[in-house]
Design a protein around this ligand. Structure first.
Ligand SMILES: C[S@@+](CC[C@H](N)C(=O)[O-])C[C@H]1O[C@@H](n2cnc3c(N)ncnc32)[C@H](O)[C@@H]1O
Length: 256
């Protein structure tokens, strides 16, 4: 762990002006982000990512692009250890408060990871890689392969091509109503109306960047190819998050 901390570098030293403006976008988004924890499809996506990784008691998991640390919290709840990385310092600070048992260090996924080979039992990267371009997506997954131990799994969830936040919102209300009833769902909708509108606005900005080629949402086949091209054996590729994301599982074979 000390090695990880020593290798960690701060955002100011690494990010240029463009990177800082992206950081400020995420800082604003994070003010509202955890409202998603009330949405059944989001909670399921977090739990499924950890389940698919196969993380067990005592394992050490890398949560790449940890954001507000929801994957990290779930990993810790299952008795595994976690190192979360992100390129937004304020997110890392939030995670340190929220999950003091975890370790949180700066890492920009457009660059090699600050960890040695075979450092982790599993790697999870949830809802991050679609924010990168082609080359950085390929670099990230090959870095995940490098830092995971032989036999370990890499779980990657990305926005699917044609991602619709309205479909996620509709399914969230539908599932909440089925579980908790009509009036509880209306109360939830009213309580989180402002935060929900902000989240829809931020996702609309992400979609706009995708249309301008700065981000790349993937088809299931493209995610499969990305994982395979990094030298991982593809175990599964499935729809998740109200069918709007893809989750792919790759394994580093014992041959390495
Ligand atoms: C939608 S959030 C996902 C957070 C978390 N993994 C989850 O599933 O809730 C995307 C995260 O990716 C991070 N991110 C985006 N581009 C990145 C990059 N180049 N390097 C590291 N993290 C990045 C953002 O800071 C943000 O925390």
């Amino acid at each position: 762990m000390r090695e990880h901390q020593a290798m960690a570098v701060t955002a100011d030293k690494v990010l240029g002006e463009a990177g800082k403006s992206v950081q400020s976008f995420w800082c604003r988004y994070f003010t509202f982000y955890d409202t998603l924890n009330e949405a059944i499809p989001y909670r399921e996506m977090i739990a499924d990512n950890v389940t698919l990784s196969g993380a067990r008691l005592g394992d050490h998991v890398l949560d790449a692009g940890t954001g507000t640390g929801n994957i990290a919290v779930e990993v810790l709840a299952r008795g595994a250890r976690v190192t979360g990385t992100d390129f937004v310092e304020s997110a890392l600070e939030m995670c340190r408060r929220k999950a003091p048992a975890g370790s949180f260090v700066f890492a920009d996924l457009t660059k090699p990871l600050p960890f040695g080979d075979d450092s982790f039992d599993q790697v999870i990267c949830c809802s991050v890689l679609h924010l990168l371009d082609d080359a950085s997506q390929a670099l990230s997954v090959s870095e995940f392969r490098r830092v995971v131990k032989p036999g370990g799994r890499v779980v990657v969830t990305v926005f699917g091509a044609g991602f619709s936040s309205l479909r996620v919102y509709r399914e969230t209300l539908h599932r909440h109503r089925a579980q908790h009833g009509f009036f509880a769902t209306v109360r939830l909708g009213v309580r989180h109306l402002f935060a929900t509108l902000r989240i829809l606005y931020y996702v609309a900005q992400i979609r706009r960047r995708e249309r301008s080629g700065k981000h790349k949402f993937l088809t299931g086949e493209q995610l499969r190819e990305l994982i395979a091209a990094a030298g991982l054996e593809v175990r599964s590729v499935e729809r998740i998050f109200a069918g709007q994301c893809w989750v792919g599982v790759g394994e580093k074979t014992a041959r390495g």
